[in-house]
Design a protein around this ligand. Structure first.
Ligand code: FMN
Length: 448
């Protein structure tokens, strides 16, 4: 009997939680945000709930709104390495930018993470939308959207070749013969492109997963086309079932047009759940968070997403829609479209829009009972909108614990989510094949 299709559930970790005022919430353990033991404990609890992976976002520049929120970054590969050492199954997905890294260095870092975790590494491939990052790297200006995506393609090609440069079986470790490596199975990549010139090979063996899982998180036209070609999992933000369905259908059909199998590209929208034993209790909890919002912070967020500075405007007045530059070049293009959608559907005041975005920066925020949350997950999963979700707890660690203790058992009871891991690698959890090196068999052909 073929097994029922299973949800993929990731835990998206943000210091303190995803609501922008999470760090001010009484239940947030704010003193422990730099304590690796806090994240290790969280990872162990996520592993006990058979969550597919932990995911850390990142960007190589300090957020300009640090004054009002815990929005600093610790470097995720370093952090996940320490988490990997105390866990055995949960996937470890780190974000790294193709605009502000060198492929060789990054290939080494992720290969090391995959080795040390015995095959649990994933790479969230981003191009970095924050323009201020350029000032940390001596660039005259931040490359525009299309340029960043063009460079990211070559970056991924180089890194993939480096991960392929050692075939399986290249390490002989034959103590009797004295041969450590079969050098016919280790290949220079000789890459010469527009942005990178890399001879290779990598200086470490092929990793347990062949290569880390490729994750992608941009939803613009360039982002989708990139994802359809390379991504094995996609993080995306949607406010409605309809928008998620349209995105899902578009991504899968693009992937199929490129000769890929649709089930090898997991679409994982964000979901930030406020859970209560009644609907009213859940809504009251969300309100408690929204009461902690600081408008200075929220208006900065809004400016980043829309390009408009609304400081000085009456928060309870209408959103000045006419100021939106629909055709302009906005860094996070898909998030801009998402806000336009909210304005079209709901015509909110500025304050209502701020509250709407505070929980998940445009991701789907849902306040309800555990059954209501499970119903919505099932609805999206069974109606062509999602292969799973990127769970974004409003606060940590309590917001995740509530999900693990109250929603996960319901999903299991409905046969939608595993009760135990069936494998040990992130590829196993997502049901993805282990890729073969492009050089596989080449040495045999040469000597035939
Ligand atoms: C769940 C999720 C997580 C993301 N995490 C990051 C991140 O850590 N760093 C980053 O630079 N961008 C991140 N992004 C943003 C996208 O990678 C992308 O840069 C942005 O959406 C703009 O690209 P687009 O115009 O193709 O959508 C994230 C997006 C989503 C949906």
């Amino acid at each position: 009997m073929s097994q029922r299709r299973q949800l993929s559930l990731n835990l998206f970790v943000y210091p303190g939680g995803h609501h922008e005022a999470a760090w001010r919430y009484k239940g947030t353990d704010i003193a422990r945000l730099n304590d690796i033991a806090y994240y290790q404990d969280l990872a162990k609890r996520a592993e006990a709930a058979t969550i597919d992976s932990l995911f850390f976002a990142d960007g190589p520049v300090l957020a300009d709104n640090i004054r009002y929120a815990a929005r600093y970054r610790v470097e995720p590969i370093t952090w996940l390495a320490a988490i990997g050492a105390v866990t055995s199954h949960i996937g470890l997905i780190a974000t790294a930018s193709t605009t502000y890294n060198e492929p060789y260095n990054l290939a080494r870092l992720f290969a090391s993470l995959d080795h040390l975790s015995h095959g649990r590494a994933g790479w969230n491939i981003v191009t970095t939308s924050q323009a201020a990052a350029s000032q940390n790297f001596g660039l005259v200006e931040h490359p525009v959207h299309a340029e960043r995506y063009e460079k990211s393609r070559e970056f991924v090609e180089v890194v993939t070749k480096l991960w392929d440069s050692w075939e399986d079986g290249a390490v002989l470790a034959d103590q009797a013969s004295g041969l450590f490596a079969d050098t016919d199975r280790i290949h220079a990549i000789e890459h010469i492109g527009k942005h990178f010139k890399v001879k290779g090979p990598l200086n470490a063996p092929r990793t347990p997963q062949g290569r880390p899982v490729y994750v992608q998180a941009g939803s613009s036209e360039d982002g989708r086309s990139f994802a359809a070609q390379y991504a094995e999992a996609i993080f995306t933000a949607h406010q409605t079932l309809g928008s998620a369905q349209a995105f899902y259908a578009d991504i899968k059909s693009r992937a199929v047009a490129l000769g890929r199998r649709p089930e090898h590209i997991k679409v994982l929208p964000g979901l930030s759940p406020f859970i209560g034993s009644t609907e009213a209790e859940a809504k009251a909890l969300e309100e408690e968070f929204n009461d902690l919002i600081q408008p200075e912070y929220s208006l900065g967020q809004l400016k980043r997403m829309t390009g408009i500075d609304l400081s000085g405007y009456d928060l309870d007045g209408p959103f000045p829609r006419h100021l939106l530059d629909i055709d302009g070049n906005i860094g996070a293009a898909s998030r801009f479209q998402l806000i336009v959608g909210i304005l079209d559907r709901e015509n909110p005041s500025i304050r209502q829009l701020i509250n709407r975005l505070a929980g998940g920066r445009g991701h789907f925020v849902l306040a309800g009972t555990p059954e209501r949350i499970a119903d919505e997950i099932q609805l999206w999963f069974e109606n062509g909108a999602a292969d799973g979700f990127n769970i974004m707890p409003p606060w940590l660690t309590g917001g995740f614990d509530a999900f693990a203790q109250e929603v996960v058992p319901l999903l299991r009871k409905r046969g939608l989510f595993r009760t135990e891991y069936s494998g040990t690698t992130l590829r196993d959890h997502y049901g993805l094949p282990r890729p073969e090196s492009r050089f596989a068999g080449r040495s045999l052909r040469a000597s035939a």
